[in-house]
Design a protein around this ligand. Structure first.
Ligand code: DGP
Length: 121
């Protein structure tokens, strides 16, 4: 499937939609989730056009993967959850219930996050 250049995160990356930036470098942008599911809820995205974790893992350059991985700890510190902890979630594809087709990792913290998952009936 081709990357949808009109997805909401592509628009954020082009500056067409505002965001509350937590961190930015050449390869990565991190910003607050618009519908926070925890006291701290930050999204970390690559600047490259990758639709999912699957796509990013398979196709991103080594430099992009290193920058993205290194950014997680920078973002967690900046968001104040590096020491207390957080959950990192990458919803991927249909079964992963991914809504926005641009790879992102959710960092959720600032409180106890609760059990791992609840499967639907
Ligand atoms: P997912 O289900 O993993 O694809 O999560 C998408 C997340 O994106 C969801 O938690 C809400 C967030 N989101 C959707 N639209 C916007 C937006 O315009 N701005 C921001 N900051 N977050 C958004």
């Amino acid at each position: 499937m081709a990357y949808d250049t009109n997805n909401i995160f592509a628009k954020i990356l082009r500056g067409e939609i505002p965001n509350q930036t937590v961190y930015e470098d050449d390869h990565v942008l991190a910003f607050r989730d618009i519908h926070p599911k925890a006291k701290v809820h930050v999204l970390v995205i690559p600047k490259g056009a990758y639709e999912s974790y699957e796509d990013f893992s398979a196709k991103a350059s080594d430099a992009e993967i290193v920058a993205f991985t290194r950014a997680i700890a920078k973002v967690s510190k900046l968001a104040g959850i590096g020491v207390t902890g957080y959950r990192a979630i990458a919803n991927t594809g249909a079964d992963g219930m991914q809504e926005v087709p641009h790879f992102h990792i959710h960092l959720l913290g600032g409180q106890r996050i609760g059990g791992m998952i609840t499967l639907p009936e």
